[in-house]
Ligand binder design. Sequence first.
Ligand code: SF4
Ligand code: SF4
Length: 468
Amino acid sequence: MVAIAFAMNLLSLSTPRSASRQAYRWGRRWAAPQVRMSSDQTQGPAPITPDFVTPVEVAGIRLSKPAKAPARSKKWVGLEGLDERTAGSLIPETLQGMEKDEEFQLTAAKLKQMGQKKLTLEEKKIRRRALKDRNLPSFQQHVQEQGIKINRESSTIFQLNIGLFCNQACSHCHVESSPQRKEMVSKEVAERCIEIIKNSPTVKTLDITGGAPELNDHFRYMVEEGRALGLDVIDRCNLTVLQEPGQEDLAEFLAKNKVHVVASLPCYSPKNVNMQRGSGVFDRSIKGLMMLNALGYGQPNSGLKLDLVYNPIGGFLPPEQVALEVKYKEELNEAFGIKFNNLFTITNMPIKRFADFLYRRGELQEYMELLVRNFNTAACSGLMCKDTINVGWDGRVFDCDFNQQLGLGMGTAGTNAGASEKLLAVKEGYSIFDVDSVDDMQTTDIVLESHCYGCTAGNGSSCQGATA
Ligand code: SF4
Ligand code: SF4
């Protein structure tokens, strides 16, 4: 019955007047809905999902309920005076922005009143209710009905969320980072992570995320140890950190260690970047990219990889990744002479600050519906929880960074019948001190919840971009 109701929902929701298409309007340039084709035409057309229509002219997208511009956001005045504008720390500007931002203040007050655990639980209930009210199935039920199995495969990526301190406080941050968050990895946890990686020959990548990972005391230790083990070390860099006082040698350190930089830049337009990431961020991001380019990052045959990350400014799906990469390359090269390797498109997860953003605008239900309607079977095979082990600053282990922020520890899924006897005894979720290698977790069930629809919508989404 539920399957029939769901199918009927899909039919009724796939009309051109679908609610999600009213959720935003295009700005100066209209792009007709596109049918996505695979970049490799020999494979035939890629799966088509109904709302996978966002044009690559992302700078022209305007939200129907405009998000507030950050406090003190100034008009972009070009490259002249960039050095002066980006001198000193961004932190005072970020703190000032947070103080003036009503949404931050409301969230902070709620957090103080309820505590993190209760707030996360309430958020989960709201997401579940959103599905129920629209007669949509839970994620687990839906994949089961489709006959899709989401199991862990060989773990090749060890992702460490090294700490939540950040010099920015972006409005869509799924980890709710800011200069006010002080949680950081300890030396003991950092060393244990390296020990586990040494015991895990399948791990080929050490992916360091945060907060602003570089501002953690043990960031450079992790990088050097990871590189000494021959791993591809990823730094998920916000770019503005390169100009923070005390980080003057950071770009050289990254280049010397051949660290793979994956940097967030949610648009090539100053307005959208500052709106989502805070006043002054566009200037500093451009400066950061120029610094990296000058060291060889993103340049042909340099061996220094620089990838960028796009995520939408509101409740809609990202455009097609390959086409948007072409557009980004064109725009950034023409305006600033900036080069980079690849662009990753990431769907906004309906959790934490972005869930709040949607909820306050009355768009959470609509967004959940959009994700469900655009469920793409082809996106399931590349889900990052299949080949990634995620570790938090306190050493707790998760299936992905999203589950980490929701407190859904690895090993807490249902009966978790596949886990080893030793790990079955761990009831509250594993820590790195419960395991010796990533292989120990190979048979543990993945914790799936309603937010997982964010990874399977449209072209799919992961820390490495689209998955379909
Ligand atoms: S999205 Fe990244 S840069 Fe922005 S606040 Fe969160 S961790 Fe910091
Ligand atoms: S959110 Fe869900 S589907 Fe996505 S990576 Fe995490 S566990 Fe997997």
